[in-house]
Design a protein around this ligand. Structure first.
Ligand code: GLN
Length: 485
């Protein structure tokens, strides 16, 4: 097996036994990135010198015997995570030259363990999108078929795992941005419960929905990464003060007696035939393993996309007000007065989709419309949350598709925002409910594109979805399939 094909736990064993050094592993990853990224465009920034220096440091830690699970493991981050001294663009021209003075908590925690930062990954601008075509740095391509999108907005994070350019990555998920690219790229993507991981130093899109999570080759790696980044952070008032379990103890290949809900609103007529087939097979697999299925209803599902696009755009319009050309980011060269400078800096710096969202959100928050749109959306959000809580009175977890179709072609939906928004129909409700969900590889389309299934857990029920995901992985081979580049 090539070094770049290893999982975190496999590489950790090799580092511990001194069969391999972190410098060797990091060098292998950097050459893999160089050999493949012209085709994929997963990276916005490659940190060659920094990565090799960190790898050296990790090797000396390991030599002294104080290595942790992630010491010396080469990782990459979505370009939404602030990384001290390393350019962080959020996929936007407005932050094209922004070098943050401090790091996000999620990255700091990995860095403290001795993880190696290979670089920063491409994404839809400000995480607004489902295809990664919205990046100011060009689209990322799907390693399984470079004519297709890798999903979004964490498309670079999914593609880098699938193209074996990083052992694992971090993404963020506001409405599906970890789970949907994981599904389209054939990797594992875990969106933790809101509040489980600190959002400090993560560029804000919609603050009441944003969550940080891992994208990995298998469920064990997702458990390792989640354990490393989770926990209370006084710097993020929405992070929850609750002990972090050892998620690897949930890696039990046993789902006997587990009750799995199938929401009738998710198994709809428009579902792609290959996706439907993968779901049917997955249900059969779980049945064979002793799980029980229960038909459930999440009656407010139909309102989720509309509700999300009011709340997310309202919060985005407020969060993005800070990009004014004064404090950081792009400033126009051509303005005579202050107001003109604000307007031109923003007009030049933001892309089309971001502008659309700012306008929608500003409208929804404007006086006279606030109650009719924003407040109403908040009420619908509560109903959606209650749907899930009610379902979890009878089931332990919920199984659904991640996306209604496999990865679509580059260019197919860019001119039709509504079609693009609808690709998150199965992931958005989970963010609105604030609970956790994971995408795991569960099939292959007739055209050779990966298909993921989604396991949705109770709030702070990550251990249950990890256990169920692990059991599925042990019983199937989908996670072993590799994109050939
Ligand atoms: N595609 C959704 C949106 O554009 C979700 C994005 C995300 O989760 N960051 O808002």
């Amino acid at each position: 097996m090539e070094i770049f094909e290893l999982t975190i736990h496999q590489l950790h064993e090799k580092l511990k036994k001194k069969e391999l050094s972190s410098v060797e592993a990091t060098t292998a990853m950097l050459s893999r990135i160089k050999a493949t990224d012209e085709k994929i465009n997963a990276f916005i920034t490659i940190c060659e010198d920094g990565a090799l220096a960190a790898a050296k440091e990790a090797d000396s830690r390991i030599a002294k015997g104080d290595g942790a699970l992630l010491t010396g493991i080469p990782l990459a981050l979505k370009d939404i995570f602030l990384t001290k001294g390393v350019k962080t663009t959020c996929g936007s021209k407005i932050l094209g030259n922004f070098v943050p003075p401090y790091s996000s908590t999620a990255w700091s925690k990995l860095e403290e363990q001795g993880a190696v930062l290979l670089g920063k990954l491409n994404q839809d601008e400000f995480a607004m999108g489902s295809s990664s075509e919205g990046s100011a740095f060009g689209p990322t391509r799907n390693p399984w078929n470079t004519d297709c999108i890798p999903g979004g907005s964490s498309g670079g994070s999914g593609a880098a795992v699938a193209a074996q350019q990083a052992i694992a990555t971090l993404g963020t998920d506001t409405g599906g941005s970890i789970r949907q690219p994981a599904s389209h790229c054939g990797c594992v993507g875990l969106k933790p419960t809101y509040g489980r991981v600190s959002r400090y130093g993560v560029i804000a899109y919609a603050s009441s929905l944003d969550q940080v999570g891992p994208m990995t080759r298998d469920v064990r790696d997702a458990a390792i990464m989640l354990g490393a980044i989770a926990g209370y952070d006084p710097a993020d008032s929405t992070s929850v003060d609750r002990p972090v379990p050892d998620y690897t103890t949930a890696l039990i290949p046993d789902v006997k007696g587990l009750k799995i809900g199938l929401p009738k609103e998710y198994y709809i007529d428009g579902l792609d035939a290959d996706v439907k087939k993968a779901m049917d097979l997955a249900i059969e697999t779980y049945r064979g393993l002793g799980a029980e299925f229960v038909d459930i209803s999440l009656p407010h599902t139909d309102y989720a996309v509309a509700c999300y696009y009011l709340i997310a755009t309202a919060e985005a319009s407020s969060n993005l007000a800070r990009y004014d050309g004064v404090r950081f980011g792009h400033r126009t060269e051509d303005a005579a007065a202050l107001k003109e400078m604000y307007m031109k800096s923003r007009a030049e710096g933001f892309g089309t989709e971001v502008k659309r969202r700012i306008m929608l959100g500003t409208y929804a928050l404007s006086s006279g419309y606030y109650d009719a749109y924003y407040i109403k959306a908040q009420k619908v959000r509560t109903l959606i949350m209650q749907d899930f809580l009610k379902a979890f009175e009878t089931v332990d977890l919920i199984l659904t598709p991640v996306a209604p179709t496999p990865a679509f072609k580059i260019g197919e939906k860019v001119s039709d925002p509504l079609q693009m928004y609808l690709s998150d129909i199965f992931t958005i409700p989970v963010n609105l409910a604030g609970t956790c969900g994971m995408s795991i590889p569960a099939g292959m389309s007739s055209t050779g594109l990966p298909i993921g299934l989604q396991l949705i857990g109770r709030p702070f029920g990550e251990e249950t979805i990890i256990r169920a995901g692990y059991a599925f992985e042990q019983a199937t081979q989908w996670h072993r399939m590799k994109a050939v580049l």
